[in-house]
Design a protein. Structure first.
Length: 221
């Protein structure tokens, strides 16, 4: 084992890590926004909206993320061509971000739904008694409390997404893992680079998980 080649490759590895973090952050933000809308649809008394959101969640939770990434990368340009009649190139980065948003939204939806349902119905009744609309009640009273309760779960799902970003190698996007693999292949030290990449993923995920547990205890108090 010779890890001396890792140090000169640090700038390239750092660029890959920035790509990984960028994918994760955008996927989490978009996933939470879409997931919140889906959760409100599932909680709606409108059966059509509730069933549509339920079907979406069940579908995306039943297929592998790798398939979603590949589908968005290969199939979306054909769909756009059919809709617009023009060739609309969709880059690897954009397709991966959209795939992460759509896929993670199904998981964030269930987290948000559970958070909303954990709020006492008495608060909803009090808001209605004050003359608040459904939108005002959710925006001002229910969702702020729900997000406080479900913050640890949202962060835990974000850690999972951080690990799942390594799947973008299938569409040629150079994330941290793909950068490590490429640099290792160039100098013939792929095993050493993969070991380093594994350690980095482990350290970041472990530290983040510990912080989430501490936050969970603090919020519980």
């Amino acid at each position: 084992m010779d890890f001396s080649g890792v140090i000169p490759a640090i700038p390239g590895l750092w660029n890959g890590m920035l790509m990984t973090l960028q994918l994760m952050v955008m996927g989490v933000i978009g996933g939470i926004v879409i997931g919140t809308l889906l959760a409100l649809m599932r909680l709606s008394h409108n059966k059509v909206l509730s069933n549509l959101a339920g079907a979406y969640v069940n579908y995306f939770r039943s297929i592998p993320l790798l398939l979603v990434i590949t589908w968005f990368y290969l199939a979306v340009p054909f769909v756009l061509r059919w809709i617009t009649g023009q060739d609309t190139p969709v880059g690897a980065f954009t397709s991966c971000v959209v795939a992460f948003m759509m896929f993670e939204a199904a998981y964030f939806c269930e987290i948000v739904r559970a958070g909303v349902q954990s709020i006492s119905r008495g608060q909803m009744g009090a808001a209605q008694a004050l003359g608040m609309t459904y939108g005002q009640m959710m925006r001002l009273i229910i969702l702020p409390q729900a997000f406080r309760k479900m913050t640890p779960l949202l962060l835990q799902q974000s850690i999972i997404l951080f690990q799942d970003t390594s799947l973008v190698y299938t569409v040629g996007l150079v994330d941290f893992l793909n950068s490590a693999r490429s640099n290792g292949d160039i100098i013939g030290r792929s095993n050493e680079f993969l070991i380093v990449a594994g350690l980095v993923y482990f350290i970041i995920s472990f530290v983040a998980s510990r912080l989430v547990k501490l936050m969970q205890k603090r919020l519980a108090v």
